[in-house]
Each structure stands twice: as C-alpha cells, then as structure tokens.
Design a protein around this ligand. Structure first.
Ligand code: AHG
Ligand code: MN
Ligand code: MN
Length: 337
C-alpha cells in the first residue's frame, strides 16, 4: 500500500481532531503520550534477546498467566507515561486487578484508558510478534477521581481503540471512529509514518485462525464449522488455510489485511471464553467493525455487551462479515454440513 503523503501519527491525530468541532486538543495530547509509551516499549522489546529481561518473574498475574518481565515493564511504562498529562481520570490494566487511579498531585481529565500492556506474552522468548492493545472512553462520573463505573462501559462507547504491534516492523493501528489507519515506525527518525490509510477488511476471506488444540473442548456447532471450512469446495474457496500466531495483535493484523476469521470460542475449560472483554475484545471489535467487518461472541455483537466486571472474558469471533455470519449460523445450530 504505497503512500504519497508523509504523515506522522501526531499530524494525523491533529488533523483528525480538527474534523471533530469542539475537540479540546486533549485527545491529541493523550494519543501523543501513548505513542511515546509505545516507542519506549518497542525499545525494550527490540533488545529483549540481548538484555536479561527474558524469562518469567516466577509469579502469576490475576489471570493465572505466567508474568514475564516485559509484561511488567510495559504495564508500568504506559502508566507512567499517561498518569501526569491531565487527560485521564482513571486507567485499568490487564496486569492489575483493580482500577489504576491518577496520583493526587496530578490533574485529572475527561478520558479513561484501558489497556493490555503486552499481548502475546507467551511468544516473547521466541521473538514472535507481540503487542499492546488500548481502548479509550469518555468518563461518565461527573468529576473528581475516576472509578470502576467509568471503566465498565459497553464497547460501543469507545472513542478510540488500537494496538501497537512489535513485529518485523513496529506499527500502530488505531481508529477514532473514522476508519482504521496504520502507521509504521521509521527507526531512523523515531516517527510513526502513515503506511496503511483507511484499512478495509475483505468481505470474505480464505483464512481461519483458532487454537485447534482445543478442538475436543468445543461445542458441536464449533466443530462442524471447522469441518465445513476444511471441506473441498473450490467454488467457496474451501478448504481455507489455517493461520494462528497465538498473539491476538498478530492474528488481528493479518485478519484486517487479508480477511477471514479469528476465533477464540468458549470451550469446556473456558466456558466464558479466554480473552478479556475490556482489554482485548472491545478494542479489537471496534477496529474490525470500523474496517467493515463483524465482531460477535457467536450470538451477540461484542460492542453491545454490558460489562459486569473489569476482567470478564468473552468468546470472540472477529473478521470478514460473511465469515463471521457463517460461523454464527453453525454456532447457533442453524446450519448443518
Ligand atoms: P496476553 O499475553 O495478553 O495474556 O494475551 C494472550 C492471548 C492472546 O494474545 C492470544 O490470542 C491468546 O492469548 C492465545 O491463547 P492460547 O495460547 O490459549 O491459544
Ligand atoms: Mn492479551
Ligand atoms: Mn497481556
């Protein structure tokens, strides 16, 4: 996707904000601070193999996942980059059980940041793509320190969502509700430059992405859908190809650009799904919908789910509209092989 314009992400944010009359400029400042945090994390990730930050801290986070040192570094880096800018009233991180308050000596603002500081942690030691996922909401409490109420908002209330992807190149992909745009880091100048303007997901793909190791834990409908995708029928591009990175950011980036479907269904071990609604489901669902795709838990639109707790999980079916609708028909028992 060639770009004839050289536009930094900061310039893109400012121009985008001008399109929103009454925007205070605080939003631009917020995304600029977040971009700085991504550069600091990228610097650590890019030397992970050289510095003794590999290996786990030997303890588990609240989800029972092994915590890797880079998880904590990313968690703290984002908090410290965002806590003093005066744009936020509260934050929530996948690595912290409770909400994260803004220190008393800093001003508070009208936005809420919810983030997964390091997504794909199990891939760190293998130098496989990992990322950071973020969601932004407007506060709903009137003033003062933000609270859990400001965080437990349905995904359709997001005002922005996106991710940083630390891969063969480092990218930021984000939306503020006016389409999805990708920026690639030019390490030579330390700037993220517009490289993928207005990403649109194909209406139908030829790739499915799921951890098939869970096959025997799935519902009958889910098993039938995968069997359907693997049948020989060139007229419907079947069999599909299977691709699974094991980092949500990497799997979603490929799905956005190539089309197809990413799934993390409920199963016997994860009856409510494994991925987190607030930190992974909502931001990725906003991106997929803004790119013209579809995002559900197999029945309900992800962005319509009213969260009940900060770390609740949800099944995820994200991707090309036709593919997600076909999956929903099998999952709801409305379609047979
Ligand atoms: P995190 O590293 O933030 O815990 O996220 C890991 C998630 C997500 O990135 C990925 O899609 C999924 O875990 C992979 O899970 P499995 O290893 O169970 O397939
Ligand atoms: Mn994650
Ligand atoms: Mn994580």
């Amino acid at each position: 996707m060639s770009q004839d314009k050289i536009i930094t992400i900061e310039r893109h944010i400012i121009e985008g904000e001008r399109a929103h009359p009454g925007a205070s400029g605080s939003f631009s400042g917020l995304l600029r601070d977040l971009t700085l945090a991504f550069k600091l994390i990228w610097r650590e990730v890019s030397k992970a193999g050289l510095v003794d930050i590999l290996g786990t801290l030997g303890r588990e986070n609240i989800h029972g996942d092994d915590v890797k040192k880079l998880d904590i570094f990313a968690h703290e880096t984002i908090y410290k980059a965002m806590d003093h800018g005066g744009h936020l009233c509260v934050m929530a991180s996948e690595e912290n059980e409770d909400v994260l308050s803004i220190p008393d000596h800093y001003p508070t603002g009208k936005y809420v940041l919810i983030y997964d500081p390091l997504d794909g942690s199990s891939n760190i030691d293998a130098n496989i793509t990992i990322g950071t996922i973020f969601s932004l909401y407007r506060r709903i409490t009137p003033s003062g320190p933000g609270s859990i109420d400001d965080c437990l908002q349905p995904g359709y209330k997001q005002i922005a969502a996106g991710y940083a992807m630390y891969g063969s190149s480092t990218m930021i992909v984000y939306t503020t509700g006016d389409g999805v745009h990708g920026f690639t880091l030019d390490p030579g100048i330390g700037e993220f430059l517009l490289s993928h303007e207005n990403i649109r997901i194909p209406k139908k793909g030829k790739i499915y992405s799921v951890n098939e190791g869970n096959y025997h834990r799935w519902s009958e409908g889910m098993k039938k859908y995968i069997q359907y995708l693997c049948e020989e029928d060139p007229s419907t591009d079947r069999p599909y190809s299977a691709r699974y990175v094991g980092s949500l950011v990497g799997d979603i980036q490929r799905t956005l650009l190539y089309g197809g479907i990413f799934m993390y269904p409920a199963d016997i071990k994860h009856p409510g799904g494994k991925l987190r609604l607030m930190y992974e489901g909502n931001p990725m669902a906003m991106l997929i919908e803004q790119a013209g795709g579809r995002a559900s838990d197999g029945v309900t639109r992800i962005l319509d789910i009213q969260p009940k707790s900060l770390h609740e999980r949800t099944p995820l079916f994200l991707g090309s509209g036709e593919d997600v609708m076909t999956a929903e028909q099998f999952l709801q028992g409305k379609r047979e092989l």
